[in-house]
Design a protein around this ligand. Structure first.
Ligand code: SF4
Length: 648
């Protein structure tokens, strides 16, 4: 009996969480079980238990740890926390779900307004949604605002216009009734809020009934202007309601889950129906999923509803969860939602049809993803050959060093997974140890900081550097120093002007050629301009440039010259104070001539030259935030081309 077998035989027969680890103590999989021993043993039964990927997982398992819990509910919560912490490769792992979008209205405010939110909190406010995209949310908001012109401004703006006694442009374009300066009574504004709430709640027929009654009343009392205004509102609501698809005759709120699987690849589709109408949906893809469908679904659901999102009264599932787990999960949902939640696997009727719709959407999303992956596989194969690797470069990291006027060195990292940007992995670095202008040293510094985190972030298959042989050699030396093996290296540089020559540039369609440097290969590899491998490498390198430039631009926007001065080497608080005292303002420091700067007490000629050079540069941008490996901050999803936040 092996040590692992003995360990399994001694596991407790009670609920808890088990953790599979590999020989380097990396967490491969986290699961929960009602009986730890039976569940863990099922993985090691000869012939397996039919779960996808289990043989791949089991072949790597060197150790198993367990944490016993008082009940399945505790196990569910602990499993969730451990998946979040360890990010195991073989688990269904929901990254920060940035797709959740809703509208929020706080009825306790004197003049409530609708705002966008990505969080649902039980804070007394009303939440409407979810919406599939910001476009759909803004469309709803746009048409709603025309019917119910609630204020759109934040409190400080509201107060400012109130002080001025005049409304802003929103009023002129008919999007706000201008409560800021009393152009609508509080009572009428309350009416607008009530109408918007009813419409967003899907109670359009109640609302229409009420408005029509008021219209007749106004007409009977010969208040024709009021009657016309109400008629326009009724028509606008009718138009809005017609455009919404009804999916249920019952006005219930439901989340409907579809599942499609192709071996270890799994796709979940979630459809949100609110008040019987389709509010939207999202799909979530996973690869290397070790558990069976019910297990994967259970894990997905507990992560899905662990985030701050609205929990509907009905949750429809494509497969039944284990009875104990279903019970524990229902209980958890009830506690979080503050109302009962019906967890059902309907077999017939309208609810079954919705499940089938969700399943169909999941299948389509999975097939589409499969097609994209096939294309990616062909490109990766071409790259594998070009960089002479023995496995596909599925995970690629690219590093770019950038400094501003010889100061403020920064570096960016972009990650491509299966030939596509993986924005969760993007990072930016402030260089701390390298002299400005020392490109090789800078590359060495940033790579060292990356390689020191190999235990937390798995290594890429290929590390691509923006640069030539010097950068490549700096990385090779570092690999040797740190004893790093198993990561392929390459660097990509454009031909220099003196190398390319105008005739050659013309021969290549006006483009400079790219030189690909590989370790141990004396001359650069010159791939054909239309080679899929080169096109991918260029795309990755250009993405890292784009990322760095976007970063600079963002920083320039929130330009704060004090922070720039803070960042300039050798310009400490005493010199900063002297600058401001002598020149008066940060703007004036920026505009100062070299002579004016040299005249500032406490500044040396070198300091003055540094400051002058910095501000005179058209590209001058302030420094990064004051720390090192910065995940990208952005709320948008990767699909719209923006940079995702990192979940760490
Ligand atoms: S008109 Fe007044 S209340 Fe309306 S958005 Fe403008 S400032 Fe705000």
């Amino acid at each position: 009996m092996s040590a692992l077998d003995e360990r399994i035989a001694a596991l407790p027969v009670q609920s808890g969480v088990y953790i599979f680890k590999d020989a380097e103590a990396r967490v491969l999989y986290v699961g929960k079980a009602q009986s730890l021993r039976a569940r863990v043993r099922s993985y090691f039964n000869r012939g397996g238990d039919g779960r996808h990927q289990v043989p791949f997982l089991i072949a790597r398992v060197a150790d198993v740890e367990v944490v016993a819990t008082a009940n399945v509910k505790e196990a569910l919560l602990l499993e969730n926390a451990l998946i979040k912490k360890h990010k195991p490769r073989f688990n269904v792992r929901l990254r920060d779900d940035k797709n959740y979008l809703a509208l929020r209205l706080d009825p306790r405010e004197a003049h409530p307004r609708l705002t966008e939110t990505r969080r649902f909190a039980r804070d007394g406010a009303l939440y409407f949604g979810p919406y599939t995209s910001s476009t759909s949310l803004r469309e709803t908001l746009g048409s709603l605002q025309r019917i119910f012109p609630l204020r759109t401004c934040a409190d400080p703006v509201f107060k400012s216009y109130r002080r001025q006694g005049r409304p802003c442009l929103e009023h002129a374009v008919g999007r706000c009734a201008a409560p800021c300066c009393g152009l609508i009574s509080d009572e009428a504004y309350c009416d607008l809020v009530a109408g918007a709430t009813l419409l967003l709640r899907g109670k359009a027929s109640d609302l229409l009934g009420e408005l029509r009654a008021r219209m007749s009343e106004a007409s009977a009392e010969e208040r024709y202007e009021d009657a016309a205004r109400l008629r326009d509102r009724v028509r606008a609501i009718e138009r809005t309601v017609e455009s919404q698809a009804m999916v249920s005759r019952k006005f219930v709120d439901r989340d409907v889950f579809g599942l499609a699987r192709d071996g270890p690849r799994l796709e979940f589709q979630v459809l949100h129906a609110r008040q019987g109408k389709m509010a939207g949906g999202n799909s979530y893809a996973f690869r290397d999923v070790a558990g069976d469908d019910a297990e994967a679904l259970g894990s997905f659901l507990s992560q899905f509803y662990a985030t701050e999102r609205e929990i509907p009264r009905e949750v429809l599932l494509p497969v039944a969860l284990e009875p104990e787990l279903a019970k524990a999960f229902s209980e958890l949902l009830r506690e979080r939602a503050g109302h009962a939640v019906d967890l059902a696997v309907p077999r017939r009727g309208e609810r079954r049809r919705m499940l089938e719709l969700a399943a169909r959407n999941a299948e389509l999303a999975l097939a589409e993803r499969g097609r994209r992956e096939q294309n990616s596989a062909a490109v990766l194969e071409s790259l594998r050959e070009a960089v002479r690797m023995d496995r596909l470069p599925a995970q690629i990291e690219c590093y770019d060093i950038s400094h501003l006027q010889g100061t403020l060195g920064v570096a960016s990292r972009v990650v491509f997974a299966d030939a596509l940007p993986h924005k969760d992995g993007y990072r930016r670095y402030r260089l701390r140890e390298t002299d400005p202008g020392d490109d090789y040293g800078a590359m060495r510094e940033v790579l060292r900081r990356r390689l020191e985190k190999l235990d937390k972030e798995p290594p890429p298959d290929l590390l691509l550097l923006d640069g030539g042989k010097g950068q490549l050699n700096a990385a090779r030396a570092l690999f040797a120093d740190l004893g790093v093996e198993g990561i392929a290296l390459a660097s990509l540089a454009k031909e220099r002007d003196d190398e390319s020559g105008s005739a050659r540039v013309l021969r290549h369609g006006g483009q400079k050629r790219e030189k690909l440097f590989l370790p141990g290969v004396k001359d650069p590899v010159m791939l054909p301009a239309d080679s899929p491998a080169l096109l991918l490498l260029q795309r990755i390198r250009d993405e890292s440039h784009r990322f760095a430039i976007t970063y600079h631009r963002e920083l320039r926007k929130k330009s704060n010259f004090r922070s720039i001065l803070d960042e300039l080497p050798g310009i400490g608080p005493v010199k900063r104070r002297a600058l401001l005292r002598t020149l008066g303002s940060l703007e004036k420091v920026r505009a100062a001539s070299l002579a004016e700067l040299e005249a500032v007490p406490k500044l040396s000629k070198a300091d003055a030259a540094l400051i002058h050079r910095f501000f005179q540069s058209a590209e001058a941008t302030p420094a990064a935030e004051p720390d090192s490996d910065l995940p990208v901050k952005n709320d948008s999803s990767a699909a719209d081309g923006s940079d995702n936040a990192n979940p760490d």
